[in-house]
Design a protein around this ligand. Sequence first.
Ligand code: ADP
Ligand code: MG
Length: 380
Amino acid sequence: MAAQRVAEDVAKGTKQTSRVRVAVRLRPYMHKQDQKGEGACVRRLDTETLEIINWRNATETLQYQFDVFHGEETTQQEVFLSSVKPILPHLLKGQNASVLAYGPTGAGKTHTMLGSQEQPGVIPRAVRGVFNLVKAKEREDEGWDYSIGMSYLEIYNEKVLDLLSPSAQDLPIREDKDRNILIPGLTHTPLSSFSNFHSHFIPASLNRTTASTKLNQRSSRSHAILLIKVVRTQRNPPHRQQTGKLYLVDLAGSEDNRRTGNQGIRLKESGAINLSLFTLSKVVDSLNAGGGGRVPYRDSKLTRLLQDSLGGSSHSVMITNIAPEYTYYFDTFTALNFAAKSKQIVNKPFVRETVTVPSVQVKRSRKEQEAGLSGEPQKK
Ligand code: ADP
Ligand code: MG
């Protein structure tokens, strides 16, 4: 019986859902005065693969493969369409999902999740998408009513703080008899429209704990977690009800705090950040290994909170953000090792594209670049 169920799940493709899809996004090179045009230390090879210089051995590059690799030219819309939009319909069927932005400070997590007015990110696009799906469903699915609501919280120093009601203290995380994770006392705000969402979300974003570190002036030291809840209720008896939860998470920076000169309170924060990100990596590894062993959700607040939305029948994607500049090299390397499905060492030096390459050759076609000619100075 169980075996048959597994076979059906595999046939329907639902067996895959406990995996966390891993996407990597490379932000564009941002030339700063003090970097003297060193060029990038990482670049795209194809839609799943990138290469990075091997600092241990300059005659080699390291190639990493992911479920998807978004190169620096990737737009906000493309990231949304490929990594987020496909999971939204599951919310209306009472399933859970999560989208997490991971990576060092300055690599583009907030750009990916929040974006700007001109280039809105995953959060506004996903919320709009949920409203559109619900509107369409209400027309065709007559026996059911839908409602949408939000909560917004952050985890800072292993404390759960309500961003919609900032005076509240550390909130407890509980699990009900059906194994749903809940936070008693957390503000839940019903939403009537996208603009209604906007009016609650923007002021609450300003409540986030940010502090300056040596590395970045407004480095995020907390995990910001937006929860969008879709409740579907049967109009007639027995009034069945299903809840789908979508977590949209802008994680704290993954940089190594030994390098950022953190002391005192900053060092305590770093300890908490490291604990939760390290636990998150163990949870993702354990889910993706698929061995059915113990998943260490309880080892940090972040993973405990996401327990019913990461793994199981949930739909999760982690977008690892990386930066191409040499100053980020070690953080990029760490982030890639966290995210990679596979890594390969290739005997081929990483040749810098910016050095003495005539402009004609820099503008070679994508096909040629993908054929492995990328950046190799050609003698003529
Ligand atoms: P993080 O949240 O990881 O610290 P940010 O999202 O704040 O990083 O990004 C750092 C800077 O880089 C910001 O000025 C942001 O606008 C810019 N940036 C990040 N990703 C991109 C991108 N894909 N395209 C253009 N600018 C980007
Ligand atoms: Mg940020």
